[in-house]
Design a protein. Sequence first.
Length: 115
Amino acid sequence: MYPSTSLFIAVGQLAIVTLIMFSYPLQVQPCRNCLDKIFHVGAVVKVASSGGDDDDDGDDEVDEDHATADMSLFKHTLLTAAITGIGFVIAYFVDDLQMGRFCLTDAEEVPILIL
């Protein structure tokens, strides 16, 4: 796409690679947490307790919807590998990122613009 003989282009490409390399964990972490909650929706959730404060001023309330449970190392590694692998497979097979492709529906056989 760009001439590889230019030092300016090489530095720019290296900067983009570095940016992607350090931003990818920031994208994987929320995805991994969401998949953990989806796959273990009925699991018992451990709520982290806050030390030994006995004050009843309401600061120590924990929202049950946002409580966290410890994830095992195996599950953490498996989910991270799956997210990374699926990301690489999608990046390998998707050639064109053009939006607005036409497809045919089964019921009507009429082309519909998908955005």
